[in-house]
Design a binder for this molecule. Structure first.
Ligand SMILES: Nc1ncnc2c1ncn2[C@@H]1O[C@H](COP(=O)(O)OP(=O)(O)OP(=O)(O)O)[C@@H](O)[C@H]1O
Ligand SMILES: [Mg+2]
Length: 239
């Protein structure tokens, strides 16, 4: 069994009087896809923001590869290898696809030969981006923008990739395409934490899953077991 690469203990986040995340524990095992699923307002995005250091934790610790990320600044968290994919529409629309990807590598300061290899890797994963490399990101479809956002995060050479609802607003066929690519990236060794409201698709590709309800984790199991769990089926899979 693989070990926990990232471990969260007792995480609480509040917005004023609202306790959005109420003391949760979970872990991401190295080389696995872990998903956090839940309904609207359950606290999924808040959990991701806390991992990235973008909201203040009321309590709790985040340990990553033996280090304590709990009080670390967001850019240091990225440099340490925990990289969140920007929301699909957050690509820089007045830059080209290639320029957006190159920006992803900005925090690393490696030589241009390595950057070119990384660009090739991303273009191999997303041939559509290669075709549109010199076009403006603003002219991409929603699905292509999501691919670009993932590609840009990969250019930062993450050890853990965080995604907040990459399926949002996309046609089912595009969602399948994106999830298939996440699987490919994972099989190349990358640890992935996927936050989703699309419970069925997320559990299908995940090794492990956690179900979040109003700020608390109510179920934790393998993706397969959760897909077969009657409580999950009734609440989230419409059966
Ligand atoms: N900036 C904020 N200020 C105040 N309350 C907030 C803020 N952001 C989120 N909340 C509240 O915190 C709770 C959790 O929100 P969060 O966005 O983390 O949920 P979510 O699971 O990501 O939902 P969704 O599926 O809609 O993206 C909700 O009750 C939400 O209204
Ligand atoms: Mg959200």
């Amino acid at each position: 069994m693989s070990e926990a690469l990232l471990k969260v203990e007792g995480l609480k986040v509040s917005y004023g009087h609202i306790e959005a995340v109420k003391g949760i524990d979970f872990e991401l095992r190295e080389g696995e896809i872990t998903t956090l699923v839940g309904a609207n307002g359950a606290g999924k995005s808040t959990t991701l923001l806390a991992l990235s250091g973008l909201v203040k934790k009321a309590a709790g610790r985040v340990r990553f590869d033996g280090r304590d990320l709990s009080g670390m600044a967001p850019h240091r968290i990225v440099q340490s290898g925990v990289v969140q994919v920007a929301e699909g529409r957050a690509t820089l629309t007045t830059l080209t696809v290639r320029e957006n990807l190159e920006l992803g590598a900005y925090t690393r300061g490696e030589g241009s030969a390595q950057r070119l290899r990384d660009l090739d890797y991303v273009y191999g994963l997303f041939p559509r981006l290669a075709e549109r490399a010199d076009g403006l990101a603003g002219n991409l479809s929603g699905g292509e923008q999501q691919m670009l956002a993932i590609g840009r995060a990969l250019m930062a050479k993450p050890r853990v990739l965080l995604l907040d609802e990459p399926s949002m607003g996309l046609a089912p066929i595009i969602v399948q395409d994106i999830f298939r690519t996440l699987r490919t990236i994972n099989q190349a060794g990358l640890t992935i934490f996927l936050v989703e409201q699309n419970v069925r698709q997320a559990l299908k590709i995940a090794d492990r899953g956690y179900v979040l309800e109003t700020g608390s984790i109510v179920l934790a199991d393998s993706g397969q077991a959760l897909l077969g769990n009657p409580r999950v089926q009734e609440a989230y899979l419409g059966s």
